[in-house]
Design a binder for this molecule. Structure first.
Ligand code: SAH
Ligand code: DHB
Ligand code: MG
Length: 215
Protein backbone atom coordinates (compact mmCIF):
# COMPACT_ATOMS: atom_id res chain seq x y z
CA UNK A 1 0.00 0.00 0.00
CA UNK A 2 2.67 2.50 1.04
CA UNK A 3 4.74 1.23 -1.90
CA UNK A 4 1.86 2.02 -4.27
CA UNK A 5 1.95 5.63 -3.08
CA UNK A 6 5.70 5.74 -3.51
CA UNK A 7 5.37 4.26 -7.02
CA UNK A 8 2.87 6.97 -7.91
CA UNK A 9 5.17 9.73 -6.62
CA UNK A 10 8.31 8.33 -8.27
CA UNK A 11 6.67 7.78 -11.64
CA UNK A 12 5.43 11.35 -11.79
CA UNK A 13 8.14 13.29 -9.98
CA UNK A 14 11.28 11.13 -9.94
CA UNK A 15 11.50 8.99 -13.09
CA UNK A 16 14.94 7.37 -13.40
CA UNK A 17 17.09 7.89 -16.47
CA UNK A 18 19.66 5.37 -17.75
CA UNK A 19 22.39 6.44 -15.32
CA UNK A 20 20.19 6.00 -12.24
CA UNK A 21 18.79 2.67 -13.46
CA UNK A 22 22.28 1.42 -14.31
CA UNK A 23 23.57 2.52 -10.92
CA UNK A 24 21.00 0.29 -9.20
CA UNK A 25 21.70 -2.56 -11.62
CA UNK A 26 25.44 -2.33 -10.95
CA UNK A 27 24.85 -2.40 -7.20
CA UNK A 28 22.73 -5.55 -7.60
CA UNK A 29 25.39 -7.14 -9.80
CA UNK A 30 27.98 -6.41 -7.11
CA UNK A 31 25.67 -7.98 -4.51
CA UNK A 32 25.55 -4.73 -2.54
CA UNK A 33 22.71 -4.21 -0.06
CA UNK A 34 19.63 -2.46 -1.49
CA UNK A 35 19.72 0.35 1.04
CA UNK A 36 20.03 3.37 -1.25
CA UNK A 37 17.45 6.14 -0.93
CA UNK A 38 14.32 5.71 -3.03
CA UNK A 39 13.93 7.72 -6.24
CA UNK A 40 11.30 9.90 -4.57
CA UNK A 41 13.61 10.65 -1.64
CA UNK A 42 16.48 11.26 -4.08
CA UNK A 43 14.32 13.88 -5.75
CA UNK A 44 13.65 15.55 -2.39
CA UNK A 45 17.41 15.71 -1.73
CA UNK A 46 17.94 17.15 -5.22
CA UNK A 47 15.25 19.75 -4.70
CA UNK A 48 16.59 20.86 -1.31
CA UNK A 49 20.05 21.34 -2.84
CA UNK A 50 18.52 23.44 -5.62
CA UNK A 51 16.44 25.51 -3.22
CA UNK A 52 19.51 26.66 -1.33
CA UNK A 53 21.67 26.93 -4.48
CA UNK A 54 24.18 24.46 -3.05
CA UNK A 55 27.64 24.64 -4.59
CA UNK A 56 29.42 22.38 -2.12
CA UNK A 57 27.82 19.22 -0.73
CA UNK A 58 29.22 16.67 1.72
CA UNK A 59 27.74 13.16 1.84
CA UNK A 60 28.63 10.64 4.55
CA UNK A 61 27.92 7.11 3.22
CA UNK A 62 28.19 6.60 -0.56
CA UNK A 63 27.25 2.95 -1.21
CA UNK A 64 26.95 2.89 -5.05
CA UNK A 65 26.49 6.66 -5.42
CA UNK A 66 22.73 6.47 -6.08
CA UNK A 67 21.90 9.33 -3.69
CA UNK A 68 25.13 11.01 -4.81
CA UNK A 69 23.85 11.20 -8.40
CA UNK A 70 20.56 12.80 -7.31
CA UNK A 71 22.46 15.36 -5.22
CA UNK A 72 25.30 16.11 -7.64
CA UNK A 73 22.82 16.76 -10.44
CA UNK A 74 21.55 19.74 -8.45
CA UNK A 75 24.99 21.40 -8.52
CA UNK A 76 25.94 24.26 -10.87
CA UNK A 77 28.75 23.61 -13.40
CA UNK A 78 31.45 24.64 -10.90
CA UNK A 79 29.85 22.82 -7.95
CA UNK A 80 31.45 19.95 -6.06
CA UNK A 81 30.32 17.05 -3.92
CA UNK A 82 32.57 15.10 -1.58
CA UNK A 83 31.24 11.69 -0.53
CA UNK A 84 32.75 9.44 2.16
CA UNK A 85 32.75 5.63 1.93
CA UNK A 86 34.54 3.11 4.13
CA UNK A 87 34.21 0.12 1.78
CA UNK A 88 36.70 0.25 -1.15
CA UNK A 89 34.63 -2.22 -3.20
CA UNK A 90 31.53 -0.06 -2.85
CA UNK A 91 33.62 3.03 -3.70
CA UNK A 92 34.81 1.35 -6.91
CA UNK A 93 31.22 0.69 -7.98
CA UNK A 94 30.31 4.27 -7.03
CA UNK A 95 33.10 5.67 -9.21
CA UNK A 96 31.89 3.66 -12.21
CA UNK A 97 28.31 4.79 -11.65
CA UNK A 98 29.40 8.42 -11.38
CA UNK A 99 31.39 8.12 -14.57
CA UNK A 100 28.37 6.76 -16.42
CA UNK A 101 26.36 9.69 -15.08
CA UNK A 102 29.03 12.13 -16.34
CA UNK A 103 29.64 13.36 -12.80
CA UNK A 104 33.29 12.35 -12.31
CA UNK A 105 34.39 15.98 -12.58
CA UNK A 106 32.08 17.17 -9.82
CA UNK A 107 32.28 14.31 -7.33
CA UNK A 108 35.16 13.14 -5.18
CA UNK A 109 34.81 9.79 -3.39
CA UNK A 110 36.99 9.67 -0.26
CA UNK A 111 37.63 6.07 0.75
CA UNK A 112 38.12 5.33 4.45
CA UNK A 113 36.35 5.67 7.79
CA UNK A 114 34.24 8.83 7.69
CA UNK A 115 35.75 10.10 10.94
CA UNK A 116 39.22 10.10 9.36
CA UNK A 117 38.02 11.85 6.21
CA UNK A 118 36.17 14.40 8.35
CA UNK A 119 39.42 15.13 10.23
CA UNK A 120 41.14 15.76 6.88
CA UNK A 121 38.34 18.10 5.82
CA UNK A 122 38.54 19.98 9.14
CA UNK A 123 42.28 20.56 8.86
CA UNK A 124 42.11 21.42 5.14
CA UNK A 125 40.10 24.52 6.16
CA UNK A 126 38.37 24.53 2.78
CA UNK A 127 35.26 26.56 2.05
CA UNK A 128 32.37 25.38 4.23
CA UNK A 129 29.66 23.13 2.85
CA UNK A 130 26.19 24.31 1.85
CA UNK A 131 24.70 20.90 2.62
CA UNK A 132 25.71 17.81 4.58
CA UNK A 133 23.83 14.53 4.04
CA UNK A 134 24.41 11.93 6.77
CA UNK A 135 23.65 8.36 5.62
CA UNK A 136 26.43 6.06 6.93
CA UNK A 137 26.60 3.73 9.98
CA UNK A 138 23.68 4.60 12.23
CA UNK A 139 25.61 4.36 15.52
CA UNK A 140 27.91 7.07 14.18
CA UNK A 141 25.12 9.63 13.64
CA UNK A 142 25.59 11.58 16.92
CA UNK A 143 29.31 11.96 16.24
CA UNK A 144 28.69 12.89 12.60
CA UNK A 145 26.35 15.62 13.81
CA UNK A 146 29.02 17.11 16.07
CA UNK A 147 31.71 16.82 13.40
CA UNK A 148 29.60 18.05 10.46
CA UNK A 149 28.16 21.18 12.06
CA UNK A 150 31.41 23.18 12.06
CA UNK A 151 31.81 22.33 8.34
CA UNK A 152 28.36 23.71 7.49
CA UNK A 153 27.88 27.34 6.46
CA UNK A 154 25.32 29.57 8.12
CA UNK A 155 22.08 29.00 6.19
CA UNK A 156 23.31 25.55 5.18
CA UNK A 157 21.24 22.36 5.44
CA UNK A 158 21.99 19.28 7.50
CA UNK A 159 20.10 16.21 6.28
CA UNK A 160 20.03 12.68 7.66
CA UNK A 161 18.46 9.53 6.24
CA UNK A 162 16.89 6.65 8.20
CA UNK A 163 15.88 8.82 11.13
CA UNK A 164 12.55 7.10 11.81
CA UNK A 165 13.55 3.53 12.76
CA UNK A 166 10.98 1.26 14.41
CA UNK A 167 12.57 1.67 17.83
CA UNK A 168 11.58 5.34 18.09
CA UNK A 169 8.23 4.01 19.31
CA UNK A 170 9.81 1.82 21.97
CA UNK A 171 10.01 3.88 25.13
CA UNK A 172 13.43 3.64 26.74
CA UNK A 173 15.02 1.91 23.72
CA UNK A 174 18.37 3.47 22.90
CA UNK A 175 20.07 3.78 19.51
CA UNK A 176 22.47 6.08 17.72
CA UNK A 177 19.65 7.44 15.58
CA UNK A 178 17.41 8.16 18.60
CA UNK A 179 20.24 10.01 20.30
CA UNK A 180 20.97 11.86 17.05
CA UNK A 181 17.33 12.90 16.66
CA UNK A 182 17.14 14.14 20.24
CA UNK A 183 20.38 16.11 19.90
CA UNK A 184 19.40 17.63 16.53
CA UNK A 185 15.96 18.58 17.89
CA UNK A 186 17.42 20.29 20.96
CA UNK A 187 20.50 21.81 19.30
CA UNK A 188 20.71 25.58 19.83
CA UNK A 189 22.36 26.05 16.40
CA UNK A 190 19.74 24.15 14.39
CA UNK A 191 16.11 24.50 13.34
CA UNK A 192 15.03 20.93 12.71
CA UNK A 193 12.14 18.88 11.29
CA UNK A 194 11.71 15.14 10.74
CA UNK A 195 9.84 14.31 7.55
CA UNK A 196 8.43 10.77 7.10
CA UNK A 197 9.40 9.06 3.82
CA UNK A 198 8.02 5.88 2.24
CA UNK A 199 10.25 2.82 2.02
CA UNK A 200 9.78 -0.75 0.80
CA UNK A 201 9.82 -1.93 4.41
CA UNK A 202 7.34 0.73 5.46
CA UNK A 203 7.94 4.20 6.74
CA UNK A 204 11.26 5.92 7.46
CA UNK A 205 12.42 9.48 8.06
CA UNK A 206 14.50 12.26 6.54
CA UNK A 207 15.72 14.75 9.13
CA UNK A 208 16.07 18.26 7.73
CA UNK A 209 17.81 21.02 9.67
CA UNK A 210 19.04 24.50 8.85
CA UNK A 211 21.88 26.29 10.62
CA UNK A 212 20.28 29.70 11.01
CA UNK A 213 22.13 32.99 10.97
CA UNK A 214 21.65 35.92 13.37
CA UNK A 215 18.40 37.85 12.87
N1 SAH B 1 23.76 7.23 0.53
C1 SAH B 1 23.59 5.94 -0.13
C2 SAH B 1 23.38 4.81 0.87
C3 SAH B 1 24.49 4.69 1.90
S1 SAH B 1 24.36 3.15 2.77
C4 SAH B 1 22.37 6.00 -1.04
O1 SAH B 1 21.31 6.36 -0.54
O2 SAH B 1 22.49 5.70 -2.22
C5 SAH B 1 25.53 3.41 4.03
C6 SAH B 1 26.96 3.40 3.53
O3 SAH B 1 27.79 3.88 4.58
C7 SAH B 1 27.49 2.02 3.15
O4 SAH B 1 28.01 2.04 1.86
C8 SAH B 1 28.59 1.75 4.17
O5 SAH B 1 29.68 1.02 3.65
C9 SAH B 1 29.00 3.16 4.53
N2 SAH B 1 29.67 3.26 5.85
C10 SAH B 1 29.40 2.55 6.97
N3 SAH B 1 30.21 2.93 7.97
C11 SAH B 1 31.00 3.92 7.47
C12 SAH B 1 32.05 4.71 8.03
N4 SAH B 1 32.44 4.57 9.29
N5 SAH B 1 32.65 5.61 7.23
C13 SAH B 1 32.24 5.78 5.95
N6 SAH B 1 31.26 5.06 5.38
C14 SAH B 1 30.66 4.14 6.13
C1 DHB C 1 19.70 0.60 5.87
C2 DHB C 1 19.03 1.54 5.12
C3 DHB C 1 19.67 2.69 4.72
O1 DHB C 1 19.04 3.66 3.98
C4 DHB C 1 20.97 2.94 5.11
O2 DHB C 1 21.54 4.08 4.73
C5 DHB C 1 21.65 1.99 5.85
C6 DHB C 1 21.01 0.83 6.24
C7 DHB C 1 18.99 -0.63 6.27
O3 DHB C 1 17.83 -0.79 5.92
O4 DHB C 1 19.61 -1.46 6.94
MG1 MG D 1 20.01 5.53 4.15
Amino acid sequence: MLLDYDGYISELFAPEDDALMSARAEMLRAAMPEINVSASEGKVLHLLARIIGAKRILEIGTLGAYSTIWLARALPPNGTLITLEINPQYAAVALRNLKRANLSQKVEVKVGPALESLSQLESASEAPFDMVFIDADKEGYPTYLQRALPLLRVGGLLLADNTLPDNVLVRGADSGVKRFNAEAAAHPDLITALVPVLRSRGIDGLLIAVKPGKR
